[in-house]
Design a protein around this ligand. Sequence first.
Ligand code: SF4
Ligand code: SF4
Length: 194
Amino acid sequence: MAVEKNYGNPDLEKRLADRNYYTSDSHKDFSKRVEKISGTMSHMCYQCGTCTGSCPSAPRSSYRIRLFMRRAVLGLEDEALTDPDLWLCTTCYSCSDRCPRDLFPTDVIMAMRNLAFEIDIVPRNFLQTVNLIYTTGHGVPNNDVNRAAREKLGLPRDPPTTHSYPEYIEGIQKIIDHYKLKENADRILSEGGN
Ligand code: SF4
Ligand code: SF4
C-alpha cells in the first residue's frame, strides 16, 4: 500500500504520490478471477513484448497490453481496473495469434472489463449499446436513411431480424434482465456514468 506523505495538500499528495509497489498491493484473488474468466493462464507470461509489438492501439496511445498482463500476474487490481486504457483494446486478437506462450491477452482484457463493470467502471457507449439491444435487438439498429437505400437496392426495408420479427425481442430482454444488465446500465447512466 502506498505510503501516505501527509502533506495536507491534495495536489502535492497526487504529484508526489508513492509509486513503489508493495506486496500488499497484490490481490491473488484478482489474478485467479482473471484467469478463470479469461480461460488463459496469464501467470505463464514472461513479458517478451510480442503482444504490445502487435497491438494497433499501442502506437497511438499509452495502452500497453504487456503491462496489463503484468498486472494480471501480480494481482494489481486497482491499477488495472481504474486505468482508462483498459478500454482501448480493439479485440483484434493479433496479440493472441502471436504470443509464444499460447496465451490470450485479448481475453485477459475482456475479463478485466467484466470485473470493472462489476464496480461500475464502464464507458457510456457500452451502456448505450445495452439499451439499444434491449429495445431493438440490435447494437446498431436500422434507420430511415438505410431503409430508403435498401428499397433502392430492391431489398425489404428491414432485414429478417428482430426488426422484421419484433416478437423475439422479449426473449432477448429476458436474457439481459437475467444478468441485470439493463438495470445496472440505467442506474450508472442516471448517476452520470464515465
Ligand atoms: S506475447 Fe505473451 S508472453 Fe509475451 S508479453 Fe505478451 S502475453 Fe506475455
Ligand atoms: S487484441 Fe487488443 S491488446 Fe491484443 S493486439 Fe489487438 S488491440 Fe492490442
